[in-house]
Design a protein around this ligand. Structure first.
Ligand SMILES: [Zn+2]
Length: 349
């Protein structure tokens, strides 16, 4: 068991969990402080080859999390955040915003019923070129399926180097190597590489993963904000200024064509952001944009196009995630940043 598992299990045990809840309830929050949670998928691992590391919670665990947040925090909407950012309203105390990247099809099935039961708003970030495309498979899912479901146990030569596939450990390492390599490519090149490796190791890519337009209209009617996340889930730091504009403005235009009222809020795919990307986002009329940089926000002090989030993952566990909400965690993070500049997270989608 790793030290991390020890901490996670310790915090989930009764006395520590009660102590954490007590610290949470006694912590005083600065005005307009906002925690933004970043979810991806809510599901079980069906063994279909899709990358299970992006399953943020199982449906049961998600029910527990949202129940807790609804009882102890105030789940706010994108509209409430926008009003606070513009200065026309204040955020309520203990404000938490729920975000879901990639608009994966399990959202409607596994997340929406729980959110609706609590009347909880949320934002879903949609890579619009994938919507309703039966061939629309994310490169990381195709790549993961290739190396983990292939029957091949010999070595495979790829542009990322020679991959070992003999053991489960080898195959996990092969996936991580390919993923890190793909993040240095354009999204198009990464997708082509994933397709070619699937063919090399004789694996069918997994099924398409993104909701279709009817799904998106249904979740929008249920109070979920559907927001742009580029068209092709582009690695924006690799594109020209014109290509960035096409991806960012195009995804907002797609949503405006198909849906009633998509907000001008955006999430940077894989957290990849440069000054040219921020310029294009601002020029597209986007008012709020979310990074994958871990942290919380004091709305109005924080750049509204560089909002920080806290990732939710099964590995971290909900109790550990909640310790990252605490105002004390901001001070520890600021102290750590002063001592050791963070290289930034590049692996979150
Ligand atoms: Zn994404």
């Amino acid at each position: 068991m790793s030290w991390y598992d020890v901490v996670r299990r310790g915090l989930a045990a009764g006395p520590a969990r009660r102590a954490l809840a007590s610290v949470e309830s006694k912590s005083s929050w600065p005005k307009n402080r906002l925690v933004v949670l970043m979810y991806h998928r809510i599901d079980h691992d069906h063994g279909d080859g899709r990358y299970p590391g992006l399953i943020s919670a199982t449906p049961n665990e998600f029910r527990r999390q949202i129940g807790y947040l609804a009882d102890h925090y105030r789940i706010v909407s994108i509209d409430e955040l926008r009003a606070a950012a513009l200065g026309s309203e204040e955020l309520p105390d203990r404000a938490v915003l729920l975000t879901f990247d990639d608009a994966v099809d399990d959202f409607r099935r596994n997340a929406l019923p729980t959110l609706s039961a609590h009347g909880a708003p949320a934002a879903v970030f949609v890579p619009t070129a994938f919507v309703g495309d039966p061939e629309g498979v994310f490169w990381w899912d195709a790549m993961h399926a290739a190396v983990t479901t292939t029957e091949r146990r010999d070595e495979v030569d790829t542009p990322a180097g020679r991959l070992l596939l003999a053991t489960a450990t080898d195959r996990s390492a092969a996936y991580r190597r390919l993923r890190d390599y793909c993040l240095t490519l354009t999204n198009t090149a990464a997708t082509e590489l994933a397709t070619s490796i699937c063919a090399d190791v004789e694996v069918q890519p997994p099924p398409a993963a993104v909701m279709d337009w009817d799904d998106l209209r249904a979740i929008e009617s249920a109070g979920i904000a559907c927001c742009p996340h580029t068209r092709s889930h582009a690695h924006l730091d690799h594109l020209t200024a014109d290509e960035i504009r096409e991806e960012v403005g195009g995804s907002l235009a797609d949503l405006r064509r198909e849906l009633a009222a998509p907000p001008a809020a955006f999430a940077y795919p894989a957290g990849l952001v440069t000054d040219a990307v921020t310029d294009a986002v601002r020029d597209a009329g986007i008012e709020l944009a979310f990074t994958t940089e871990r942290g919380t926000n004091i709305v109005r002090s924080q750049d509204p196009l560089a909002l920080r989030r806290i990732n939710v993952s099964r590995r971290t566990g909900f109790e550990v995630t909640r310790t990252q909400f605490l105002p004390l965690a901001d001070r520890l993070r600021a102290h750590a940043t002063r001592r050791e500049p963070s290289p930034g997270q590049r692996s979150q989608r």
